[in-house]
Design a protein around this ligand. Sequence first.
Ligand code: MN
Length: 129
Amino acid sequence: MARILIIEDNPENMQLMVYLLTAFGHTVLETTAGEIGLTLASTEAPELILCDLHMPGMDGYEVAQRLKLDLKLAAIPLVAVTAYAMVGDREKVLATGFNGYISKPINPESFVGEIEMFLSSKARSKLKD
Ligand code: MN
């Protein structure tokens, strides 16, 4: 089981992601604000961070830049969750420091499996215990 931080300002998306991840036994920390997400990342040591790109205030790109500047936090796998599917967005997401990309709308049948692929091998081996 993994501790997963979700930074997402859309309540329906948040609710669905929390529901699916907790149904599979993961522990979820949630916030709607990038600034709070950065604080939770450093105080709660999640094993994975899911982050929306478009949020009021600090957007997902800035969250990613700040996480990757912090040596302690840079190693946490970081996955963008976004409806944006325009040409070039994937490249921008990866160039900003995200380890990957999940498209909205979230597919309930594949979401947890896709997310678990981003967990570190250490976290994955814990899943098998
Ligand atoms: Mn949003």
